[in-house]
Write a protein that binds this ligand. Structure first.
Ligand SMILES: Nc1ncnc2c1ncn2[C@@H]1O[C@H](COP(=O)(O)OP(=O)(O)O)[C@@H](O)[C@H]1O
Ligand SMILES: [Mg+2]
Length: 208
């Protein structure tokens, strides 16, 4: 089975959530990085060093998952006459070298997100070869997501939607956030779920 994946899809469709869920189900530490972090500051030697450090950190924790967000930031190799061609060619070549090294060593699952426009060589067989498109959720998926985040509050919402709610339930259904706060949960359902996942990560020593 390939352990090098690329996830594509519009923002908010669950690419980061997928990496966290993978970490929970594999019970493996998760190293999260983003290409924009690698590119911060911009000096080529610093960028290359940060890329190498990330891979070394993930390999040291193996078996582990390395999640690389905004992978399209790596860009594409350029013809030599283009401005900054040396810079981008060096960044892409370093990424290829690191991926090839990681493929050789067992136990590192690499998940890249947002591969909208990346160098084709990064996607070739043996590198980030498995491509998964995560589309916007359909109605069935949306109702599962609501159920996941709202928990028991969904019963109040459904009762309100079917018109069978009593006055008290209707009042809650009109403002489900208040119902959530009454339950002592965070007032942002998304943040609540993320915080829960963060805690799970921390317990397993992820991001260390
Ligand atoms: N399949 C899902 N089930 C439950 N919640 C989800 C799902 N997909 C996305 N979410 C929620 O939507 C928000 C955005 O998801 P995220 O994984 O950050 O998207 P992306 O990384 O693709 O931009 C998160 O807060 C997450 O909790
Ligand atoms: Mg994300």
């Amino acid at each position: 089975m390939s352990s090098k994946l690329l996830l594509s899809g519009p923002p908010g469709t669950g690419k980061t959530t997928f990496a966290r869920a993978l970490c929970n189900s594999l019970q493996a530490p998760l190293v999260v990085t983003s290409v924009s972090t690698w590119l911060q500051g911009g000096h080529l030697s610093d960028v290359i060093a940060r890329m190498a450090r990330t891979f070394a950190e993930a390999l040291a924790l193996a078996p582990a998952i390395l999640f690389i967000d905004e992978i399209d930031g790596i860009g594409k190799r350029q013809p030599a006459e283009r401005e900054y061609a040396d810079y981008w060619n060096a960044v892409v070549n370093k990424a290829l070298e690191l991926l090839d090294g990681a493929v050789k060593s067992e136990g590192l699952v690499i998940v890249g997100a947002r591969p909208d426009d990346i160098d084709e060589a990064l996607k070739r067989s043996g590198r980030l070869e498995t491509h998964i498109e995560i589309p916007k959720p359909d109605v069935a998926a949306l109702s599962e997501i609501f159920a996941h985040h709202l928990g028991e509050d969904i019963a109040v919402l459904l009762a309100g939607a079917s018109g069978e709610a009593d006055t008290a339930n209707e009042a809650q259904a009109e403002n489900p956030v208040i119902a959530t706060q009454d339950d002592g949960l965070p007032d942002d359902a998304d943040e609540g779920a993320d915080a829960h996942m963060e805690r799970d990560d921390t317990q397993k020593g992820a991001r260390t």
